[in-house]
Design a protein around this ligand. Structure first.
Ligand code: ZN
Length: 256
């Protein structure tokens, strides 16, 4: 991966996430939204685990189009590598209408997306990742899957406290205690920039995976699939589109 120098600790994290490992005989459950990050995580898990199932959540999000892209992306990943096809297990979608009911944010309500007084973007759904991971752990228990994989990331930190590594690791411990069996939460993107997430996709699945992510994943908060850009489809204006575009451009300039 060609990436800017960001220090020894960061380099070690990059080496770890891209290293080839023997396939883990355990199964993994990937939190898969249909976005760029969770698609990269799904490819990462398909490279490392013998059985990989996916879970998604329907919580009344404005960008609901991502839900309909999930099966398209799963099928696309299966076509990229025979081993991925063989390892890809069932998909699960859980409806969480209670999350929409308690959230007063622009993802679930028709409000302008502005920074709130607390400094958090008002796309923030309080504790969303904690809830998602807890539901995933409960489903994982029923499915015999003790490794959860999520696209949480501290590097492009938007002020989402439930994306922080400390939150995730303490939650893994709480879930292990509460379920009385080990639960691991793998977050391969935790220390990567958005540019490095593009580079990771290229390492895992070459240009065909990059093309699949560009064509089919939805990052845009508006769920806009009508405007095509080099980095994918989206309104091009919202913070999520901005981050995706910036990452794409940084990745391309690092390759030159
Ligand atoms: Zn957008």
């Amino acid at each position: 991966m060609s990436v800017p120098d960001r220090g020894a600790g960061h380099d070690a994290a990059l080496r770890d996430v891209t290293a080839s490992r023997p396939v883990n005989p355990e199964g993994a459950l990937v939190l898969f939204s249909g976005g760029q990050d969770s698609t990269a995580c799904l490819a990462w898990a398909l490279e490392r685990f013998d059985t990989v199932e996916t879970i998604g959540f329907d919580y009344g999000q404005r960008h609901r189009i991502e839900l309909s892209q999930r099966p398209v992306i799963r099928d696309g990943l299966g076509r990229l590598k025979k081993s991925w096809q063989a390892r890809l297990g069932p998909d699960h979608v859980l409806a969480l209408p209670s999350l929409a009911a308690i959230s007063e944010t622009s993802l679930t309500r028709d409000m302008a997306m502005e920074a709130t007084a607390s400094g958090l973007p008002n796309t923030f759904v309080p504790g969303r990742n904690i809830l998602f991971l807890t539901y995933a752990a409960a489903l994982g228990w029923r499915r015999g899957l003790q490794v959860l994989v999520g696209g949480m990331c501290e590097t492009d930190f938007s002020g989402y406290p439930d994306c922080r590594n400390d939150t995730i690791q303490v939650l893994a411990r709480a879930l292990s205690l509460g379920l009385d069996r080990p639960v691991a939460i793998e977050t391969p993107l935790m220390w990567l920039t958005k540019a490095e997430t593009w580079a990771l996709a290229e390492t895992l699945g070459g240009q065909p995976l990059v093309d699949l992510i560009v064509a089919e994943t939805v990052t845009c908060y508006q769920g806009d699939r009508t405007k095509a850009h080099a980095w994918g489809t989206g309104c091009g204006q919202c913070p999520a589109c901005e981050l995706r575009r910036k990452g794409w451009e940084e990745w391309h300039s690092a390759k030159i």
